[in-house]
Design a binder for this molecule. Structure first.
Ligand code: TRP
Length: 364
């Protein structure tokens, strides 16, 4: 069976370092591993509209931002397909048929949807489109027969629901045309849930606690140097705490084997640095400077690539257009197989037409 990746993001803002360690970095590694037959990366504008239906300008503006973020982290349109969800109408068609296989109570039990309904104060009146977006996400995945879906932990219920829909469809229509996807999660806890620079659990634009991939070196420096650490670590000589210390969480997510030999050769590795911090005698500023160097190692090439792509915005739209055409052809093929299985292929079915003709006593 071919190994196929599909994943994507809602275009509701620029991507930040949480997206990077949570998923983008992994996508680039998977792309370059050569282990996958096909990789599709989708800008989920239709899904973004399910809770921004009256904010279409925001979605429209952020499509190019997300595309630039993709290209600048090293996703390569020569190797993979980047496309825009709304430009593949077959996804909507699939969603309509999958909706028959899902109950309202099953959707209500989806923990991510539950959470989001609360966050958006939708309790009293939930838009149907938003409520059913897990079904549409199953279409995104299955249209491409994805076997692997690299996403953050919050997307686990979506993948589980997609798997259920696949099983139900294949069993109901006696086919094996749909493939059950597996989730690919980030490598460690820090990557799974990178906190905001203020130590708050979630990075969010409204809290102003994000480091964006497109931030300038000055922005990154200011954000790192004012990061939340251990509030009880006041004097350098004080013993410090690692747990909940944002700077160390970021180091967990970003440190590479050669980071120490390059920037802090007096420590063997992150454990040695943490031990010193715990004992006392290691100041926050030194750790922050180290983090800044480690981060810049990663962010500088991303920024440079972004600058290049920014000079060719029409070219970026062209990449999205061509990618959407490729994606559409693939989704149409899957839709065709689904319609065969569902027996809604009337005009292709010569036997059906003959049999009906006979039934009504007409000429054969
Ligand atoms: N729900 C994802 C997010 O909020 C975006 C998304 C839409 C997606 N369809 C998908 C992710 C299919 C993986 C697979 O970021």
């Amino acid at each position: 069976m071919p190994k196929i990746i599909l994943t994507g993001d809602r275009p509701t803002g620029r991507l930040h370092v949480g997206h990077y360690v949570g998923s983008l970095r992994r996508r680039v590694e998977l792309q370059n591993s050569g282990e996958f037959d096909k990789i599709y990366i989708m800008i989920a504008d239709a899904q973004a509209l399910t809770d921004n239906f009256d904010n279409q300008e925001k979605v429209r503006q952020n499509i190019i931002e997300v595309a630039l973020d993709y290209l600048s982290v090293g996703l390569d349109p020569e190797k993979i397909t980047i496309f825009i969800q709304s430009q593949v109408p077959e996804l909507t068609e699939m969603t309509f048929f999958y909706a028959n296989l899902v109950t309202v109570s099953r959707l209500q039990r989806n923990p991510t949807v539950k959470n989001e309904i609360q966050m958006r104060n939708f309790e009293a009146s939930i838009p149907v489109g938003f409520f059913t977006y897990p079904i549409s996400q199953a279409s995104d995945i299955t249209a491409f027969k994805a076997t692997h879906v690299p996403v953050g932990e919050d997307q686990e219920p979506m993948i589980e629901q997609a798997r259920e829909i696949v099983r139900k469809f294949n069993a109901t229509y006696n086919t094996d045309c749909l493939i059950e996807p597996a989730i690919v999660l980030p490598e460690n806890d820090a990557c799974r849930r990178l906190p905001g620079t203020d130590g708050k659990a979630k990075m969010s634009k409204s809290l102003g606690n994000c480091i964006y991939l497109a931030d300038t070196p000055e922005d990154v420096k200011t954000k790192v140097m004012s990061m939340y650490t251990d509030p009880n670590h006041i004097k350098v000589s004080d013993p410090g705490q690692i747990e909940g210390n944002t700077v160390f969480t970021y180091l967990d997510a970003f440190v590479k084997p050669d980071s120490f030999s390059k920037y802090l050769p007096e420590y063997e590795n992150l454990d040695a640095l943490k031990d010193h911090y715990r004992r006392g005698g290691l100041g926050d500023v030194k750790v922050k400077r180290f983090l800044l160097a480690v981060l810049e190692d990663e962010l500088a090439p991303i920024r440079a690539r972004r600058k290049e792509w920014e000079k060719n915005i029409p070219g970026v739209y062209q990449i999205l257009k061509e990618g959407s055409e490729v994606a559409r052809a693939v989704a149409a093929q899957t839709m065709h197989e689904m319609k065969d299985a569902m027996k809604i292929n009337y005009f292709d079915d010569y036997e059906l037409i003959q049999a009906q003709a006979k039934k009504f006593g007409g000429e054969e």
